[in-house]
Write a new protein. Structure first.
Length: 261
């Protein structure tokens, strides 16, 4: 791949590193296609349990490549629609990955870079990282990333970030839920590894089920349909081979067979 690298971070852990540091890992059509293909490939790899998304160099991602956006501004409506669908598909690929995903954030995350962070299950940032939903500065809007930002921080905070385009620091990003942990630069990889270690303890099928179930849940009344969904889900999963192994391992005081040795 020309715009990113896929490496083995540890047993059961793959890292996808965006590799356009000269433009602060801004993405264009090529990178969008390669990120989509990478996450599709890793989702189907049984040896991969966790996926880390990172950016090479000083910054995580500056979002959309401005030359790409300039080309889009002179293209046809149909071209723009197909192009936007590919971007939307890539973010959905990350968010719907059956494997837990972790964003490793240093420097700036701007525009679509914020979308990438919000599409991951877990986001860990360096204490001097900064974030801006910056699209309105260019006369456009954060449409494709909007649902992911809203899911991460809530509608009111997401709208405030989009309207003002203000750049917020890592502590505020954590306070509103955009990231879940903030650490010094020299502790970033240790923090990522600690979260990965916790993720590898959980059963892979259980984690897949968690992501599928939680994707269907909304904040609000717990209706008859929601209660039935949760009852049906747990009754099915309790009888799985993975559940039997999990309880046997716990009672036998041994590691479960899915934990990398």
């Amino acid at each position: 791949m020309n715009t990113l690298h896929i490496t083995k971070r540890a047993a059961g852990v793959a890292q996808v590193t965006m590799s356009r540091p000269d433009v602060f890992n801004a993405f264009d059509e090529a990178m969008i296609g390669e990120i989509d293909a990478a996450f599709e490939q890793l989702a189907g790899d049984d040896e991969v349990r966790v996926i880390v998304l990172a950016g090479e160099g000083k910054h995580f991602s500056a979002g959309a490549d401005l030359q790409w956006m300039q080309r889009a501004s002179t293209a046809s409506r149909e071209w723009n629609l197909q192009d936007a669908r590919k971007f939307a598909g890539m973010l959905h690929r990350i968010a719907s990955s059956p494997k837990p995903t972790v964003a490793r954030i240093q420097g700036a995350a701007l525009g679509g870079g914020v979308g990438l962070a919000c599409a991951c299950d877990i986001a860990i940032a360096v204490d001097n990282a900064s974030f801006s939903v910056s699209e309105a500065k260019f006369g456009i809007l954060p449409a494709v990333i909007g649902p992911y930002v809203t899911n991460a921080v809530g509608r009111r905070q997401a709208q405030r970030l989009a309207l003002t385009t203000s750049r917020i620091a890592a502590p505020e990003a954590m306070a509103i839920g955009l990231v879940q942990q903030v650490v010094p630069l020299d502790g970033l990889d240790a923090a990522i590894d600690a979260v990965v270690t916790d993720l590898l303890i959980g059963g892979p099928q259980a984690q897949r089920e968690i992501k599928q179930l939680f994707a269907q849940l909304e904040v609000g009344p717990i209706t008859d349909e929601v209660r039935e969904l949760t009852a049906q889900t747990i009754s099915r999963v309790r009888g799985s081979d993975e559940a039997r192994e999990g309880f046997a391992a716990f009672l036998g005081k041994r590691p479960a067979n899915w934990i990398p040795r």
